[in-house]
Design a protein around this ligand. Structure first.
Ligand code: NAD
Length: 477
C-alpha cells in the first residue's frame, strides 16, 4: 500500500475543510477552543493502549516510555493550556505614549488561521500533537502531516482524528515527500515543522512563496561538558538515560561529551555501569530498550563505528534493527576541527541521532567553549560541573536553544519554558504560553477619542506652538 492510498481525504478537500471552518468563525470563541482541547485529550486518553501498540510497532517503545515521553507529555500540555487559556485570551492593556493621550490601547490576541504541522518519526505522537495543543488553544484550525517513517502511529492518528474532530477543525494528510510537497504548495497561515535542517530549508522556501511564517524545530549536535568528579555516578546515570532513551533518537539527546583526558576512563566506566543498571547486561533483551527506526538509519549508525575505539556496547543486529547503547572514545584530531563537516571522524561530522556516545577529550572548559562556538548553534547544551565559574563560562560564552545544568532532556517537560532552537537548530519556540504567542497574532487596538481633538496640534497649517509641543511630547516616548 502506498502512502497516498492511505490518505483518507484528498489534500485539497482536507485543507479546504480546515479553511472554511476557520472562516466561519466557529473555532474562535473560548468555548470552542476549550471543547477542542477536551476532544484532543479524549482522543489520547480513550486510545492510550492503541497509541502504545503503535509506538511499539514503530520504534519498540515500551508502554511506560510511551506514556512518559509521548502521550503523557501531550496530556500535560493540554491540561496546562486549559488552566491558563482564559488568562492568555484576555486582552491586555497596551502602553500609550504621552503624545497620543488620552488614547487607550489594548493588545488583543487573534488566531492566525489554518496551521500546518509537519512531524518527524522519533516522537511521532508528541511532536505531532504537542504543537496542535497551542494551535487549537489559539483558535486556529490545523492540518497534520505525520511522519511516514512511523507508519503505525500515522495510520492511528489518521483513523482517530476524524472521529474526534468530525467538523474538520483538524485534518490529517498521511504520506511522505510527494504529499508534503503538495501540501507546501498551498497557502497556510503558519507552518510548524519539526525535523532536519535540510528539509527545514525546503519548508521555509515553500513558505516564502505565500509569506507564511514558520516555526522550525530542527536538530544538531547537542554537546555536554563534564568535570564534576564528586557527582560522577549520578551524572553518568543521567547522561546514559538521556542518551539511550528511544535508542538515542531524540533531538535533544546528548550528542557528544567533552571532558579532560584524565577524566575519560572513570567516565567511561561509570557510563558502562549506568547502562547495565538501566538496561541489563544484554540490553537487547530489555523490554525498555528501543530499536532503530529503519535499516537506512541503522546502516548509517553502524557505519560510524568503523575505526572507533568502542568501549561499551557496539553489538548490533540488522534484522532486529538493534544497536546496543554504545560508548566510544576518539583518537586525536591532528589539528582538524573537533566537530562539524571537516571533523576527523564521521561520528563528529553530523548529528548522530542514535545510541552512540563519543567521549571527546579536550584540554579545558575554555577549549570546549571554543569547540562549541566553532560550528552551528546547538539545540541544547548540558553542563555537569560543580564549579559556578565553569557553569557561568558556558552560559555567557555560548549560544544554544537551552542550557541545562546537571541533567539532560528534562527541559522539554517544562511547559512554562520556551522550547526551540537558535540559528541552525531552529527558529521560533513553543510549549505553553510560547505556543500561544507563536500561533496567535497580538493585535494592538488603539482607541483615540474625537474630543478633545489633540491631533489638531500635529496638523497643518504649521506655525503655532502645536507642532513643537507634539515634538517635545514625542521625544519623551
Ligand atoms: P526529516 O526532516 O527527514 O522529516 C520530517 C518531516 O518532513 C516528515 O514528516 C517527512 O515526511 C517530511 N519530509 C521529508 N523529506 C521531505 C522533503 N524533501 N520535502 C518535504 N517534506 C519532507 O526529519 P526526521 O528524519 O523525521 O527527523 C530527524 C531530524 O529531526 C533530526 O535532525 C532531529 O534532530 C530533528 N528533530 C528535531 C526536534 C525538535 O524538537 N527540535 C524533534 C525531533 C527531531
Amino acid at each position: 500500500m502506498t502512502a497516498s492510498t492511505l490518505t483518507r481525504r484528498p489534500i485539497p478537500e482536507t485543507v479546504a475543510a480546515a479553511r472554511s471552518l476557520f472562516d466561519s468563525g466557529a473555532t474562535s470563541s473560548a468555548a470552542a477552543r476549550t471543547r477542542r482541547l477536551h476532544a484532543l485529550r479524549r482522543l489520547i486518553t480513550e486510545n492510550e493502549s492503541a497509541f502504545e501498540q503503535a509506538l511499539a510497532a514503530d520504534l519498540r517503545k515500551s508502554p511506560d516510555e510511551a506514556r512518559l515521553t509521548e502521550t503523557g507529555v501531550v496530556v500535560g500540555e493540554i491540561n496546562h493550556a486549559l488552566r491558563h487559556l482564559r488568562r492568555w485570551a484576555r486582552p491586555k492593556r497596551g502602553p500609550v505614549p504621552t503624545a497620543l493621550l488620552p488614547g487607550r490601547a489594548q493588545l488583543v490576541p487573534e488566531p492566525l488561521g489554518v496551521v500546518l504541522v509537519i512531524a518527524p518519526w522519533n516522537y511521532p505522537v508528541q511532536l505531532l500533537l504537542n504543537p496542535l495543543v497551542g494551535v487549537l488553544a489559539a483558535g486556529n484550525t490545523a492540518v497534520l502531516k505525520p511522519s511516514e517513517l512511523a507508519p503505525a502511529t500515522s495510520a492511528l492518528v489518521a483513523r482517530l482524528v476524524p472521529r474526534y474532530f468530525p467538523d474538520g477543525a483538524v485534518g490529517v494528510v498521511e504520506g511522505g515527500v510527494p504529499e508534503t510537497t503538495e501540501l507546501l504548495a498551498r497557502r497556510f497561515d503558519h507552518i510548524v515543522f519539526t525535523g532536519s535542517g535540510t528539509v527545514g530549508r525546503i519548508v521555509m522556501r515553500a513558505a516564502a512563496e505565500h509569506l507564511t511564517p514558520v516555526t522550525l524545530e530542527l536538530g544538531g549536535k547537542s554537546p555536554v561538558w563534564f568535570d564534576d568528579d564528586a557527582g560522577l555516578r549520578t551524572a553518568a546515570r543521567r547522561l546514559a538515560w538521556a542518551k539511550f532513551t528511544n535508542a538515542g533518537q531524540t533531538c535533544v539527546a546528548p550528542d557528544y561529551v567533552m571532558t579532560t583526558p584524565d577524566r575519560v576512563p572513570a567516565l567511561v566506566d561509570a557510563l558502562g555501569t549506568a547502562i547495565e543498571e538501566m538496561w541489563g547486561a544484554d540490553p537487547r533483551t530489555s523490554p525498555d530498550y528501543g530499536r532503530i527506526v529503519d535499516e537506512r538509519q541503522f546502516d548509517r549508525l553502524v557505519g560510524y563505528l568503523d575505526g572507533l575505539d568502542v568501549r561499551v556496547g557496539g553489538t548490533h543486529d540488522r534484522g532486529d534493527r538493534y544497536l546496543a547503547p554504545t560508548v566510544v572514545t576518539l583518537p586525536g584530531t591532528a589539528g582538524r576541527p573537533l566537530i562539524g563537516p571537516d571533523a576527523a571522524v564521521s561520528v563528529l561530522r553530523e548529528e548522530i541521532f542514535g545510541p552512540i556516545l563519543p567521549i571527546v577529550p579536550v584540554a579545558s572548559a575554555e577549549e570546549a567553549v571554543t569547540v562549541i562556538n566553532g560550528w552551528d548553534k546547538p539545540l541544547a547544551l548540558y553542563v555537569f560541573s560543580s564549579s559556578p565559574r565553569t557553569r557561568r563560562l558556558f552560559e555567557r560564552n555560548t549560544s544554544s536553544g537551552a542550557v541545562v545544568h546537571n541533567a539532560a532532556l528534562v527541559h522539554v517537560a517544562a511547559a512554562g519554558l520556551p522550547f526551540g532552537g537558535v540559528g541552525s537548530s531552529g527558529m521560533g519556540a513553543y510549549h505553553g504560553t510560547y505556543s500561544w504567542r507563536s500561533f496567535s497574532h497580538e493585535k494592538p487596538v488603539l482607541r483615540m477619542p474625537l474630543r478633545p481633538d489633540t491631533l489638531r496640534l500635529a496638523q497643518p497649517p504649521f506655525g503655532g506652538y502645536g507642532p513643537r509641543i507634539v515634538q517635545r511630547l514625542m521625544r519623551r516616548g
